[in-house]
Ligand binder design. Structure first.
Ligand code: GLN
Length: 189
């Protein structure tokens, strides 16, 4: 039986675990390196990327997540997307990106315009009516040639994938729609 881990340091942890249980997938919170060794895929949730980044360092998970991502699927949403990036545009350097996917992101990219909003997105490979909740969301400013852009909102890239790494600016765990998770789960099989 495949198990999906949810990085459980800070942020929207319960919502992801509940979504996975609803989809009848075995789900476990991941707090330590030992926890990470027991799962087949990892979700890095939304929250506060500075806090999650600090806790990744404290728990000694930085190199472990990088190693894990070479051979296992990883999904990053919102703050999780920021952490998966190669580069972050920011004034301070409080977030150390994991460099799992070749992209540059802008933190709070949408937040400066409007704090949160809900919309419907066309997502390549999935459907053209995916409900998406954005909360002080980042966007993807640019991607490398091996990255596939899956969705764009207001001319900004909001979802992308590179091999087994899938990232999105919005929060799929906050809607009842399960299609983004089903797409990710298929990467494990
Ligand atoms: N603005 C947050 C950050 O920079 C992300 C917001 C979220 O995950 N909903 O970490």
């Amino acid at each position: 039986v495949k198990t999906i881990g949810v990085l459980a340091l800070q942020g929207a942890i319960t919502e992801h675990l509940q979504m996975l249980v609803h989809l009848q997938v075995k789900a476990e919170p991941v707090k330590t390196r030992e926890d990470l060794a027991t799962v087949d895929a990892l979700i890095i949730p939304g929250g506060e990327s500075t806090a999650i980044s600090r806790l990744i360092q404290q728990q000694g998970l930085f190199n472990e997540i990088q190693k894990f991502a070479k051979t296992h699927p990883v999904l990053g949403t919102c703050a999780g997307l920021i952490l998966c990036a190669k580069h972050i545009i920011q004034s301070d350097n409080k977030v150390i990106p994991l460099d799992l996917i070749d992209m540059t992101v802008e933190r709070n990219g949408f937040g400066r315009q409007v704090d949160s909003f809900e919309t419907t997105l066309a997502v390549s490979n999935i459907a053209d009516d995916i409900p998406a909740v954005f909360i002080r969301a980042p966007f993807i400013q640019s991607v490398g040639k091996d990255v596939k852009v899956l969705s764009v909102c207001d001319d900004k890239i909001v979802m992308a994938e590179q091999g087994n790494i899938l990232v999105m600016s919005f929060h799929p765990e906050l809607t009842k729609d399960t299609r983004v998770f089903e797409y990710f789960i298929k990467k494990i099989q």
